[in-house]
Design a protein around this ligand. Structure first.
Ligand code: NI
Length: 196
């Protein structure tokens, strides 16, 4: 089932999400629905708060980036095959000189801005079978993980912009929260006026 994606302005996006236990009800179904929802919106990542659940789950599938010819064949292959479920994740280290990448977010349609982040990340998490992992990622995969991880910490990429940039996009963000935007996937807008 394709779920509605929660738009900017919903308090669930500002909330620090909680860990879940192995017996979380219908976890398989939830993950399947999240993947469907993400692919339907052509996203490379989706976090549970974006479908209204304040729990520590996010998905990443970087395969759409594999088309990009700026990457070497090896990098393209890595991106093509990277599909992962992160549950109860904790970033334990970030390192390297910050680099800019033009980020977007399914909860903030049509807004894209350069965001600075460190290139290398160490993350501990359990997968969909609750097997524990600790791994190091870099480049674009690290970038997507950092963006999605921020979601479960209640942080949006727009929070990381300069105050000038924030002021410049304020009106657009307000319009998004009111549903005054055309989106070709299902969304839920917190400040939309109800039709009579
Ligand atoms: Ni996002």
């Amino acid at each position: 089932m394709i779920l509605p994606i929660v738009a900017y302005g919903d308090p669930v996006l500002k909330k620090k999400a909680s860990d879940i236990t192995k017996d979380y009800p219908k976890l398989d179904e939830l993950l399947a629905n999240m993947f469907k929802t993400m692919y339907n919106a052509y996203g490379v990542g989706l976090a549970a708060p974006q479908i209204g659940l304040p729990i520590r789950i996010f998905l990443v599938d970087t395969s759409p980036f594999a088309e990009d010819e700026d990457f070497t064949e090896e990098e393209q292959n890595t991106l093509k095959n990277f599909k992962r479920v992160f549950i109860n994740a904790k970033i334990t280290n970030e390192e390297g000189d910050e680099w800019a990448f033009n980020e977007g977010c399914l909860s903030i349609p049509d807004v894209r801005e350069d965001v600075f982040r460190q290139p290398k990340v160490t993350i501990s998490y359990v997968d969909e079978n609750f097997e524990p992992h600790t791994e190091v990622f870099d480049g674009l995969i690290a970038r997507v993980i950092q963006h999605e991880y921020d979601h479960i910490e209640g942080v949006l990429f727009t929070d990381k912009l300069s105050s000038l940039k924030k002021r410049l996009i304020k009106g657009r963000l307000s319009n998004i929260s009111k549903g005054k935007i055309d989106v070709d996937y299902r969304m839920r807008f917190p400040n939309q006026k109800k039709r009579r």
